[in-house]
Design a protein around this ligand. Structure first.
Ligand code: HEC
Ligand code: HEC
Ligand code: HEC
Ligand code: HEC
Length: 106
C-alpha cells in the first residue's frame, strides 16, 4: 500500500510538471521567415517582452502556424497582408522598423 502511494505521488508530480512545461512553451526565441524580397528575422523573445499579451499576435487563442489559415483558408487574408498589418501597425505606434529594409534583409 505504501509503495502504491509513493507511485501515485510520483505520477502526480510528473503530470503536474508536464503541465507546467506545456503552459510555459514560449516557442522559439528567434524565427527566420524566408522571403524572396529578403529574409525577415523576427526576435520572438524580444517581442514577448514588448507585448505581454500573446493573443495580440496569436489571435486565435492557440499557437497554430499563421499560414495554416493565412494563405490557405479563404476567410483569412493572405499571410503577407496579415503580417504587414500586424507588424507595421504596431511599429508605427511604438517606433519599430517600418521601411522595407528594416525587416527584409538580403
Ligand atoms: C509580436 C507578435 C508575437 C507575440 C507577442 C508572441 N508571438 Fe509567438 N509567434 C509569433 C509568430 C509570428 C510566430 C511564428 C508563427 C508561424 O511560424 O506561423 C510565433 C510562434 C510561436 C510558437 C511556435 C508555434 C509553432 O508551431 O511553430 C509558440 C509556441 C509561440 N509563438 C508562443 C508564444 C507565447 C506563449 C507568447 C506570449 C508569451 C507569444 N508567442 C507571443 C508572434 C508572436
Ligand atoms: C485558425 C485560423 C487562423 C490562424 C491560425 C491565424 N489566423 Fe489571423 N485571421 C484568421 C481569420 C479568419 C481572419 C479574418 C477575420 C478576423 O479578422 O478575425 C484573421 C485576421 C488576422 C489579422 C487581421 C487582418 C486584417 O486585415 O485586418 C491579422 C493581423 C492576423 N490575422 C494575423 C495572424 C498571425 C500573425 C497569425 C499567427 C501568429 C495568425 N493570424 C493565425 C484566421 C487565423
Ligand atoms: C506589439 C507591438 C509590435 C508588434 C506586433 C511587432 N513588433 Fe517588431 N518591434 C516592436 C518594437 C517596439 C520594436 C523596437 C524594439 C527596439 O528598438 O528595441 C520592434 C523591432 C522589430 C525589429 C528590429 C530588430 C529588433 O529585433 O529590434 C524587427 C525586424 C521586427 N520588430 C519585426 C517584427 C515582425 C516581423 C513583426 C510581425 C510578425 C513584428 N515585429 C511585430 C514592436 C512590435
Ligand atoms: C515590420 C516588418 C516588415 C516590413 C517593414 C515590411 N515587411 Fe514585407 N513581410 C514581412 C513579413 C513578416 C512577411 C511574411 C513572411 C512570410 O510569409 O513568411 C513579409 C512578406 C512580404 C512579401 C511576400 C513574400 C512572399 O513570399 O509571399 C513581400 C513581397 C514583401 N513582404 C514586401 C515588402 C515591401 C515592398 C516592404 C516595404 C514597402 C515591406 N515588405 C515591408 C515583414 C515586413
Amino acid at each position: 500500500m505504501k509503495k502504491m502511494l509513493v507511485l501515485l505521488a510520483i505520477v502526480a508530480l510528473v503530470a503536474t510538471s508536464a503541465f507546467v512545461a506545456v503552459a510555459q512553451d514560449k516557442g522559439p526565441a528567434s524565427i527566420k521567415m524566408e522571403v524572396k524580397m529578403g529574409d525577415v528575422t523576427f526576435d520572438h523573445a524580444k517581442h514577448q517582452g514588448i507585448e505581454a499579451d500573446c493573443a495580440v499576435c496569436h489571435h486565435t487563442g492557440d499557437y497554430a502556424k499563421c499560414k495554416s489559415c493565412h494563405g490557405g483558408k479563404p476567410d483569412a487574408p493572405k499571410s503577407k497582408k496579415a503580417y504587414h498589418k500586424l507588424c507595421k501597425d504596431c511599429h508605427k505606434k511604438q517606433s519599430g522598423p517600418t521601411k522595407c529594409k528594416g525587416c527584409h534583409v538580403k
